[in-house]
Design a protein around this ligand. Structure first.
Ligand SMILES: [Zn+2]
Length: 395
């Protein structure tokens, strides 16, 4: 428990109106009057009032959440209406948070709606999240995702992650203080600017953010009432075309720069700027001197020429499930040293990860073990997808 401040909870009582409005969930023993009081005392922030934020905000307001914050600086665009169900045709051109407030008030006037008509930045992030118990990350870009993760780790608030891509979506709860990893344990390095496909570039089936946004809202309610098992330490992946849910166990990285044993990041960073300048974001692991590299185009030429080589993917198993280069073998970075005997010391040994940081680290480990044939695949599977094979999903 502990998601809701107990002192604040003491001030909250249910009214007659509450008892009838929320009767269908009040009769659940896991919720009951105490859970509904917690929901009424709860303060949730939605970063982004778009595809994920719309369904999450609507259902959280309907469920009787006490305070709902919305951060978004955008105006409603006609192309949003296919999935951002907070808005109607007449709202095009208007401020999202203002229109969202009107819609949510109409749905449930008892909910306090706090709007932040601003971009979520390193300047305002800590201040914005301060009054809330839980953050729902409904952002669609990497700088915001890292920012939301980092400030939530600093403030020990659960950060409920969701993302959608074409026909797929995924969700997790990042809350190292409750167990499990943070987002940065999994992806220490933000990809370079422009590498994150937006809905405009990649497309998304309209129902996808509805499903994922509601999974996020579900996790928020569970955290507040203290019922069930949350997605902390698990990644839930949804494939709409196959109509399949899969889950992957996520591990905390003791070397994580924000939640690890010896953190190196203590303040929100302006990731856009950070990502924009050289050196590349993959320098999380980089040492002063580079390691031998091979480009994705050179790798493709090797494949086309049927040359012999060994391609080792050092990412985590759940990443391998999402996207892989044909013919690669998975040995997660953490297992590399114990499985080093499985690797050939002759012929090209190519190491690959998401964008080249972990695999560079892997090449160094191999060099120290006397391997002279290890090469780092520059830009990783991200570059492979962009430059060689767009059929390989980007994430
Ligand atoms: Zn972490």
């Amino acid at each position: 428990m502990g998601t809701i401040d107990e002192k604040r909870l003491e001030q909250i009582a249910l009214t007659r109106g509450d008892l009838s409005r929320y009767s269908r969930q009040l009769i659940l023993p896991e919720v009951n009057a105490d859970g509904q009081r917690r929901i009424k005392a709860g303060r949730i922030l939605c970063i982004g009032a778009g595809g994920l934020g719309s369904p999450a905000a609507l259902y959280l307001a309907a469920a009787g959440i006490g305070t709902l914050g919305l951060v978004d600086a955008d105006r409603v665009d006609a192309s949003n209406l296919q999935r951002q169900i907070l808005y109607g045709t007449g709202d095009v051109g208007e401020s999202k948070v203002e229109k969202a407030r009107a819609r949510l008030r109409e749905l449930n006037p008892d909910v306090e709606i706090v709007v932040h008509d601003a971009r979520f930045t390193s300047e305002n992030a800590k201040e914005i999240i301060a009054p809330y118990d839980i953050v729902i990350d409904g952002s669609d870009n990497f700088p915001t995702r890292y920012l939301s993760n980092d400030v939530c780790v600093f403030a020990q608030k659960p950060n409920i992650y969701g993302s959608v891509f074409r026909f797929e979506g995924q969700a997790s709860v990042f809350a190292p203080h409750l167990g499990g990893p943070c987002y940065r344990c999994l992806f220490p390095e933000p990809p370079p600017p422009g590498a994150a496909p937006s809905c405009a570039e990649a497309g998304v089936l309209g129902v996808l953010p509805g499903i994922i946004g509601l999974i996020q809202a579900t996790e928020a309610l569970k955290l507040i009432i203290g019922a069930g098992e949350t997605l902390a330490g698990r990644l839930l992946h949804f494939d709409a075309l196959k109509m399949k849910f899969r889950q992957f166990t996520l591990r905390r990285d003791p070397q994580c720069p924000v939640c690890g044993d010896a953190p190196t990041i203590f303040e929100p960073i302006d990731y856009e700027q950070f990502c924009a300048g050289p050196p590349a974001a993959d320098d999380w692991f980089a040492a002063p001197e580079g390691v031998p590299v091979i480009s994705v185009r050179e790798l493709k030429a090797k494949m086309d020429g049927k040359e012999a080589f060994t391609l080792i993917d050092v990412r985590e198993p759940y990443e391998y499930e999402v996207a892989r280069i044909e013919g690669s073998r998975l040995i997660p970075l953490g297992e590399l040293e114990t499985r080093i005997d499985e690797l050939p010391r002759q012929g090209a040994l190519i190491l690959q990860c998401h964008s080249g940081g972990r695999s560079e680290h892997a090449v160094r480990i191999l060099q120290e073990a006397g391997f002279q044939n290890a090469l780092n695949l520059e830009g990783g599977i991200e570059a492979w997808s962009v430059e060689v094979d767009p059929a390989v999903p980007r994430y």
